[in-house]
Write a new protein. Structure first.
Length: 81
């Protein structure tokens, strides 16, 4: 399966791209996808606990399974005022 991973803020800085396409196995979860990126980009490991996931425009838990063609957004912690 192919998924498009869209990165934001600090995650975008760490991977050096606004979006990446990755081939993943069936049954891969949003959390698994982030873990896979952390292997490639070890500096992401520290953000794993606080990253939020958006699959095709809706927030999902890290346990949400991905489907072929999904777009997965990775949102690091953020604040504002």
């Amino acid at each position: 399966m192919i998924v498009r991973i869209v990165t934001f803020a600090r995650i975008r800085e760490l991977v050096g791209a606004a979006a990446l396409e990755r081939v993943v196995e069936e049954g891969t979860t949003a959390g698994d996808a982030l873990d896979g990126l952390a292997v490639e980009f070890p500096s992401l490991a520290g953000l794993a606990q606080s990253t939020r996931f958006v699959r095709d425009g809706a927030f999902v838990p890290s346990s949400a399974e991905l489907r072929d063609g999904d777009e997965l957004g990775l949102l690091p912690p953020y604040g504002g005022g």
